[in-house]
Design a protein around this ligand. Sequence first.
Ligand SMILES: [Zn+2]
Length: 142
Amino acid sequence: MILVVNFQPRRTFPRKVGSILAFLKRIDGAVCDEQRGFITFEVKGKYWTSLKKEIATNPFFAESTIITRTGSLGWNDYRLLHHFDKTQPLDKFDKKCELKLVPCPNCGGKAQILKRNIARCSRCRKSYREAQSAARLKSHKN
Ligand SMILES: [Zn+2]
């Protein structure tokens, strides 16, 4: 299981950026990837406890990060563990995988797609959204 810390330096005071980066870089095995405007760190799942502690005790860290983790289906059922925007609904760290399979709107209900929209239908290979619009197009033609 992987945790991804998305750090957005613009969201906090410039003088706090250095110490937040230092904290994240100290995490054993952290893989850092800098992109325009934000820095992502991939860390092992066991570090959630220390990240949680940092969120609770360091408001500058809390206001500038988003933390997600992979689920049992990788990113297809990821959890949102922390968001600087407190109105975002968070998932429990060990929430059970929501393997709600729904019939594919495109190929007649025998194949199934994960409800979260990301995984593809095992038969027609369309995502749920693609399958929906394909089904809509078909009904227009008929
Ligand atoms: Zn299908």
